[in-house]
Write a protein that binds this ligand. Structure first.
Ligand code: OAD
Length: 249
């Protein structure tokens, strides 16, 4: 019975995607979990007993920038050694298949771009980019530079560099957010993959989509606060379900 209802839900999602000419995708840490990158709120989310909420804040950086950089160096190293997984690859195929496509990611790991996704908007920045606290200059850091920058990377102007990511309590890039909403308002479908749906403003995407009569499909290994809002909830691993759906379109 359960098997049947899962199959039925999957078929419904396929039918919606098949008829979609314009697709908006929102991703979170769950899409990179099968690449071996710990999610923030999963069981491997803690680092030395600190959670993301303890470290990903301007206050934490002000108090102990070396500690925060140590955490980012750890994550950079994991990400550098990770590879895009079948979920990332399936989204590349979807982008080729559907005429109009936008991918908004909360991830800072660059894996969508490495997989070959083209129209990607980064809502929370990029872990391989730094920003100077003095001159605000940004710079992509080569992976070989990472270790040289221990303990505290410094800009050529002398200012301290921070990761160019959005921390809790900080503004998200307004131009990116507005672009995403404009696209979403005219999309046929919003596919929401591997996010806990509790961090704003991304958590507002399903409701916004529904206000604009956009189909909503959520894919996650477990239910989230947005599962009761979306039209279709698909339970399972992104790296298994997404290729399965995409291959049958
Ligand atoms: P979370 O760690 O909060 O949530 C990851 C979600 O992915 C959870 O709902 C998991 O159930 C789901 N998940 C795990 N493995 C999966 C798999 N293989 N397939 C499908 N789903 C899976 O990560 P985010 O929702 O991305 O922000 O967190 C949002 C933001 O909070 C992050 O961008 C980060 C974080 O703190 C900042 O650092 C500002």
């Amino acid at each position: 019975m359960l098997e049947n209802s899962h199959h039925h839900t999957l078929e419904k999602a396929r039918a919606i995607l098949k008829h979609s000419r314009s697709l908006f995708v929102l991703t979170g840490a769950g899409i990179s979990a099968e690449s071996g990158i710990p999610t923030f709120r999963g069981k491997d989310g803690l680092w030395k007993s600190y959670s993301a909420m303890d470290l990903a804040t301007p206050e934490a950086f002000q108090k102990d920038p070396v500690l925060v950089w140590e955490w980012y160096h750890w994550r950079q190293e994991i990400i550098r050694n990770a590879r895009p997984n079948p979920a990332h690859t399936a989204l590349v195929a979807l982008e080729k298949h559907i005429p109009s496509f936008m991918l908004l990611t909360q991830n800072v790991d660059n894996l969508h771009q490495r997989a070959g996704s083209m129209n990607v908007l980064e809502l929370h920045g990029n872990i391989f980019r730094t920003r100077c606290l003095e001159c605000s200059g940004t710079c992509m850091i080569g992976t070989e530079d990472i270790k040289q920058k221990v303990p505290l990377p410094v800009c050529s102007c002398g200012g301290i560099l921070r990761p160019d990511v959005v921390w809790f309590g900080e503004m998200i890039p307004q131009d990116i957010w507005q672009n995403a909403l404009t696209f979403l308002a005219h999309a046929d479908t919003a596919l929401i993959c591997g996010t806990s749906g509790i961090v704003w403003p991304a958590a507002a995407i399903p409701e916004y989509a529904q206000q604009h009569n956009v189909h909503t499909i959520e894919l996650n290994i477990e239910k989230t606060p947005i599962s009761s809002i979306v039209e279709i909830f698909l339970e399972g691993k992104a790296g298994e379900l997404l290729p399965d759906i995409v291959n049958s379109l």
